[in-house]
Design a protein around this ligand. Structure first.
Ligand code: ADP
Length: 747
């Protein structure tokens, strides 16, 4: 809507329609002071009824009016009025039938500020019996069965039977305030208005407020000249009389103009109030002036109230049904959130339930680094882009639109699948969302006249809303729009969000607890390893020492016995090594890495010297090429290369000439080292099993070892974010490759 138009609407919204200063000419009005009972206001035409001038009436005791012979009033009414004035609760007095000039009239009394307003209206006694008959049958017919359309239609029909207007329409107000004719009773020769839409501006805001307070309104003769109200001591600044509750209230000239333009000369409407909101109107039109008396209005008001109750009941039923459906779906989702160890797994598993929380045709879940879709959705790249746009531009936890392309241009490429979006933000920082998509529905809205052409300037040049001149049906094709999102859908999605967020924080808490437990377990394992190794090493040392003493000091042992004792010593040594290695292995995972640039040529030289000393009998040929430096933990890398080089020598030691080579090369993103031997080789079908702790190949049985070395190597490589793999041929040797990323900050 353009700004001008909005301004016009505002102007119209400001018209003080409750104090028009005039009444319709079919009745008389006077207002008396609640305390003094003097006449404060009167409609100008009262003089015609009483023969008394305004000067004779205004400011005088109201009884002067009823002393006139032509107004026949029960004397008790005056004391009833006094009681009414004193009663702070009562706002309205029951209508009283009076005779004026021997004709039946209704006298209606209500309070307005410090006044009691008395209104005289003609009564149509002929109608009484008819009303009784129609009303009797109405209730059951309006509440008939489960069909709300039938209830609406019956209500319209009953009202037509009571008031005999040519056209009875039932409007329903949409959430944006515009109205649609959803039921109609009319004369056969009249053009149908059923299905037509009326712009929200046709009924300004303050009129809607009045419709909620005063449930029926009649304009008996649209073109008739209104009768001004005169106030006591009027000098132009008397407080205007508030006619909110008046039945004779003159209506806004704009509205009169509007009705005339529509060809309506009598108009009557009944409010439909559902859950304290103006749900709709029963609007009755007649092409000739036609008054409806108080009794008939009361009867139709009753029909309106019955219909309102029927609608309220229906809406409650359907919202209960949806609630039941949502609750059972949400329960399934909660169950899945509890049963699954990850949120995304739970959401994906229950995606059908999540989708069914709304009438969407497509669903997307963006969580962690994953994107899951179900049903009709935009392409996956488009969903990620949409997510980025939302995270950047939207602060609402629940965002919705029926026309995404109007707000997000790229959506124009996939309007067919997703014109409507309902987005539930789970975490803005992480860009985690659930999206529901509704497809494009091309709707044809039949407007009663072009809703955009409402502007008009009054004589003073002020912009006012136009009393529409044209009601010629105007068709609008609404494209790139989906069906609207309903309040029930929002409620379900808000509830879902609560549950998912609760599950996320629960999972985070569980993870924290688990971490703490793990930390505790690690600490216990540390103490355990130390204790065990200490407790094992001490008796082991005793076993070894005492055996060695036995061997040295006792000369009476036979050769066999000496052999046995030597094997005990050897076994104890082996066990000692094993304990140290297991301890080393258990520590690698937890040890903090202290990174430094290591000169690999120097390190290799030290290692080779050590190895040559250890294998001095074998004289292995170890060739080390120029090695690129490596960034890492010195102790760990020392351990790593010692293990690999020792293995290379050990498993080639039975060859005639063991040949080992150690080389390295720089690549753009990684440094790769290579250790080659010509030893027994590894059966490659074992794959990575050789890196498992205690795993030894059958061809290595005659070589000493514990099966821990390579598992330590693998752990160290992983701690340095590197990779290790090998190539081998049984009997011909093995090549181990090690690759380390060049990026240091990953350590
Ligand atoms: P071990 O103490 O037995 O050498 P490792 O963990 O170092 O334990 O190695 C695991 C197994 O992998 C060895 O038992 C052996 O079967 C095989 N292996 C490791 N390195 C070599 C190699 N260079 N040549 C042949 N086999 C090897």
């Amino acid at each position: 809507m353009n700004e001008d138009l909005q301004q016009q609407l505002l102007t119209c919204d400001k018209e003080p329609i409750h104090i028009p200063g005039a009444i319709q000419p079919h009745g008389y009005l006077l207002a008396i002071d609640k305390a003094a009972f003097t006449i404060k206001y009167m409609s100008e035409n009262i003089s015609g009824l009483t023969g008394l001038s305004a000067a004779e009436l205004l400011g005088h005791d109201y009884k002067i009016l009823f002393e006139k012979k032509n107004i026949q009033l029960r004397s008790s009414y005056l004391s009833q009025l006094k009681d009414f004035a004193d009663d702070n609760e009562e706002q309205k007095l029951a209508a009283l039938q009076v005779k004026i000039n021997d004709k039946p009239w209704f006298l209606l009394a209500h309070k307005s500020a410090g006044n009691i307003v008395l209104e005289f209206e003609p009564a149509d006694t002929k109608m009484d019996i008819e009303i009784q008959q129609v009303l009797g049958a109405s209730v059951s017919q309006i509440l008939d069965g489960n069909n709300i359309n039938r209830s609406l239609q019956n209500a319209a029909k009953k009202i037509k039977e009571i008031i005999h207007y040519e056209r009875i329409m039932i409007y329903k107000f949409w959430e944006d305030g515009h109205g649609e004719v959803i039921a109609e009773e009319k004369e056969e020769d009249q053009e149908a208005f059923l299905g037509l839409h009326y712009p929200a501006s046709d009924i300004p805001k303050q009129a809607r407020e009045l419709y909620k307070i005063n449930l029926t309104r009649i304009i008996a003769d649209v073109p008739a000249t209104t009768v001004p109200l005169l106030a006591q001591g009027t000098n132009g600044n008397a407080t205007p009389l508030d006619l909110t509750h008046s039945s004779l209230r003159a209506v806004s000239p704009i509205h009169i103009e509007y009705l005339k333009n529509m060809g309506v000369l009598a108009s009557y409407s009944i409010s439909l109030i559902v859950n304290n909101q103006l749900w709709g109107l029963i609007a009755c039109h007649n092409s000739a002036p036609k008054f409806i008396d108080h009794k008939a209005r009361e009867a139709t008001k009753l029909i309106g109230q019955i219909l309102s109750s029927a609608i309220e009941y229906r809406e409650e039923e359907s919202s209960k049904n949806s609630y039941r459906h949502y609750t059972s779906s949400i329960n399934e989702i909660i169950k899945s959130l509890q049963d699954n160890d990850t949120i995304i797994k739970a959401l994906v598993e229950s995606s059908a339930h999540i989708m069914s929380l709304t009438s969407a045709k497509g669903l997307a879940i963006v969580f962690g680094n994953e994107l899951y879709t179900n049903g009709i959705t935009p392409p996956t790249e488009a969903i990620t882009e949409l997510r980025d746009w939302l995270a950047e531009n939207n602060d609402q936890q629940i965002y919705h639109t029926e026309s995404l392309s109007a707000e997000y241009k790229p959506a124009a490429n996939w309007v067919l699948d997703a014109s409507g979006l309902l987005a539930c933000e789970l975490s803005k920082e992480m860009g985690e969302y659930i999206f529901w998509f509704k497809p494009e529905i091309i709707k044809t809205v039949n407007w009663a006249g072009n809703p955009e052409k409402l502007e008009v300037k009054d004589v003073n040049g002020n912009i006012r809303i136009s009393p529409r001149r044209s009601f010629e049906s105007w068709m609008e094709q609404v494209k790139q729009h989906s069906d609207p999102w309903t309040r029930g859908e929002f409620a379900a999605v808000i509830k879902l969000r609560e549950d998912v967020i609760q599950a996320i924080s629960l999972k985070a808490n569980q993870l924290r607890l688990l971490n703490e437990k793990l930390q505790q377990a690690y600490d216990e394992l540390d103490t355990f390893s130390f204790t065990i190794s200490h407790d094992l090493k001490t008796p082991l040392a005793s076993v070894k020492n005492y055996t060695e003493i036995l061997l040295e000091e006792n000369t009476s042992f036979s050769d066999d016995e000496i052999n046995m004792l030597r094997r005990i010593v050897k076994g104890a040594d082996k066990m000692h090594v094993l304990i140290n290695e297991v301890l080393a292995y258990s520590r690698i995972g937890r040890k903090n890495i202290t990174g430094e640039e290591i000169n690999m040529n120097e390190l290799a030289e030290e290692l080779v010297t050590e190895i040559r000393t250890a294998y001095k009998d074998i004289q292995p040929a170890i060739r080390v090429s120029e090695l690129p430096p490596l960034y890492g933990d010195r102790t760990m890398l020392n351990q790593l290369f010692t293990n690999l080089l020792s293995n290379a020598v050990k498993y080639s030691s039975k060859k005639q000439t063991p040949e080992i080579s150690f080389s390295g090369e720089n690549f753009p993103h990684e440094t790769v080292y290579k250790i080659t031997d010509n030893g027994i080789g590894i059966d490659m079908s074992f794959g990575n099993q050789i890196f498992d702790i205690f795993k030894r190949m059958s061809n290595a049985a005659s070589y000493e070892g514990s099966g821990v070395g390579l598992s330590i190597v693998k752990r160290i490589v992983e701690r340095h974010n590197g990779k290790i793999w090998y190539e081998s041929e049984l009997g011909n040797g093995t090549v181990f490759y090690l690759s380390f990323p060049k990026q240091r900050n990953t350590l």
